[in-house]
Design a protein around this ligand. Structure first.
Ligand code: ADP
Ligand code: ADP
Length: 229
């Protein structure tokens, strides 16, 4: 049961004489419930790969399936809809709306998607904020929360649509060791409780070692792909 299936994925930027290939044929499968780290030196193509998997950009060639859906068949509007329904994002910079409350930030993806009564959306937001330990602070403005708390709100927001796959780009990059551990443990809890699949870009070998699987990208190729010990 693959949540993600990449076959021969290539990505180039520029055109003509200036065309540069960044990803040179990536094959990768992620099964439902996997908790994988994506590591590799700066410039190796991690963000580029994450952008493709997150449906923010299209590959130059190769096959990309999310939840069995071949993205080559989808137009841009369908791609946006699939992204909203199936993929959650956590970034290093949490991208919360500072003047909105924690609860409003978490409800935002549901409000954008519509289709449910607002009361239910806010109930879901409150439940998720409870799960990340911020139930009492759900009415606080995002910009009044600490960095670690803001990242926990961002995690709750990423899970609001109950995505099949969560992509996290250096989710603990800005945090001190203690907050980084807390945030990492939360991702782990969601993974275990809801069988949500995670792909986490990290420079921190300590955190990578705590994932089930470590995928290493070097110069636009998968250099190694191993179970963590
Ligand atoms: P990272 O911290 O992951 O190494 P970078 O600083 O390399 O990230 O890149 C940050 C963002 O800028 C990425 O989304 C990447 O796609 C984009 N980017 C990086 N290099 C270039 C470039 N030469 N031209 C345009 N965009 C770039
Ligand atoms: P990483 O995340 O591993 O640091 P990136 O995917 O950000 O690597 O970048 C890989 C390479 O692709 C870098 O050489 C970067 O400069 C280049 N790159 C990334 N995005 C763009 C872009 N939009 N246009 C041109 N070059 C890019």
């Amino acid at each position: 049961d693959d949540v993600l299936h990449l076959e021969g994925i290539r990505k180039s930027y520029g055109s003509g004489d200036l065309e540069t290939e960044i990803l040179h044929g990536i094959d990768l499968r992620l099964q439902r419930g996997e908790f994988a780290a994506l590591i590799g030196p700066s410039g190796s193509g991690k963000s580029t790969l994450l952008n493709l998997i997150g449906l923010l950009d299209r590959p130059t060639s190769g096959k990309l399936e999310i939840d069995g859906e071949d993205i080559a068949r989808l137009d841009d509007a369908e791609l946006t809809r699939l992204r909203g329904k199936r993929i959650g994002f956590v970034f290093q910079h949490h991208n919360l709306i500072p003047a909105f409350t924690a609860e409003e930030n978490v409800a935002m993806p549901m409000l954008v998607a519509r289709g449910r009564p607002e009361r239910e959306m806010f109930e879901t937001a409150a439940r998720l904020l409870g799960q990340v330990g911020l139930g009492e602070r759900r009415r606080h403005l995002a910009n009044r929360l600490s960095g670690g708390q803001q990242q926990r709100v961002a995690i709750a927001r990423a899970l609001a649509m109950n995505p099949a796959l969560v992509l996290a780009d250096e989710p603990t990059g800005n945090l001190d060791t203690h907050s980084a551990d807390e945030v990492f443990n939360l991702l782990r809890d969601f993974n275990r409780q809801q069988a949500t699949t995670f792909l986490i870009v990290t420079h921190d070998p300590r955190l990578a070692a705590r994932c089930d699987r470590i995928i290493e990208l070097i110069d636009g190729c998968i250099d190694s792909d191993r179970q963590a010990t």
